[in-house]
Design a protein around this ligand. Structure first.
Ligand SMILES: [Zn+2]
Length: 293
């Protein structure tokens, strides 16, 4: 029997998404300043093996290595001519690891600039560059538009995907720590950002990453997101705890068992998809998978 469509599967039980890709690529030898997405072609076996480790850990949802594979991000590396191939290969690498039971999520990140009037990008430009990437990713099982801060950019990305695909769309923002309501970096309250994504056509909404959030913050955020989503399925992909400054870098060092310890609370808050962001590894996801089962 073929596995159900992702949205039908979420009605049956919560699913586990994967964790960070970038840190795994660096651990495998990616150099600072190198384009990690180029490895979808040049080191496809390594990218596939990272996906396989997450799949073996118990992750049903695998995210393509395409967070920075929009035109402006690839321009910085002189890789625009490879845009289509980088994105298509990324789906293939995740597909090989996902097998017949897993789902491939086509990852779309922020385009890297700001819309007018803060920046100089027009809505038409941004819509076009998201359409370009989404077309190349259309063989996935669903899209995940993540780490967004601007609800207008989010809405453009959702509209872009809808122009080229009828696959489910997952839409996640990065929120900042706050004693009251969580907000995006652009200052939008979480409830407004979530409503904007649902209004634009997202099928699943929520958050990934975040600025300065510790594990109890993520539990509180989960409750806020579920309330804001009013019945739309919610995803949360926390970092491995609050960031610590070490040698000019941010380190996320919550242990796998510490992340697993909040999973029951995240599930009872009503989340339908749980995963990981910065600092999470296949070991973290394996511990979280055990806590979900
Ligand atoms: Zn992150």
């Amino acid at each position: 029997m073929a596995r159900p469509d992702l949205l039908a599967a979420l009605k049956q039980r919560p699913l586990l998404c994967d964790g960070a890709m970038g840190t795994q690529l660096i651990a495998a030898g990616l150099q600072p300043g190198q384009c990690g997405e180029l490895w979808n072609i040049e080191q496809a076996d390594i990218v596939e093996s990272i996906h396989r480790r997450y799949r073996s850990a118990g992750c049903q949802l695998l995210t393509t290595n395409t967070f920075g594979a929009t035109r402006p991000n690839l321009e910085r590396h002189g890789l625009v001519p490879q845009l289509v191939q980088l994105n298509m290969s990324a789906v293939q690498n995740a597909r090989l690891a996902a097998g017949s039971e897993g789902y491939v999520l086509a990852d779309i990140g922020p385009f890297g600039g700001f819309l007018e009037p803060v920046g100089d990008a027009t809505e038409a430009d941004v819509l076009a560059l998201f359409i370009e990437q989404a077309q190349a990713l259309a063989q996935a099982d669903a899209f995940i538009i993540e780490t967004m801060s601007d609800p207008v950019e989010m809405a453009l990305a959702i509209r872009a995907v809808r122009k080229v695909s009828s696959l489910p769309i997952i839409a996640t923002y990065a929120f900042s720590k706050s004693p009251t309501v969580f907000r995006t970096m652009m200052g939008t309250p979480a409830a407004d950002a979530i409503t904007a994504a649902i209004d634009a056509g997202a099928d699943v909404v929520g958050a990934n990453c975040g600025t300065g959030l510790d594990l109890p913050d993520y539990v509180r955020l989960a409750g806020d997101l579920v309330a804001a989503a009013r019945g739309t399925p919610v995803i949360l992909q926390p970092n491995a705890g609050a960031p610590k400054h070490e040698g000019g870098k941010l380190i996320y060092d919550a242990l796998p068992q510490q992340m697993a310890a909040i999973v029951p609370e995240l599930c009872s808050a009503g989340l339908k998809i749980i995963g990981g962001c910065c600092g999470t590894t296949p070991d973290h996801l394996a511990a979280m998978a055990k806590a979900m089962s």
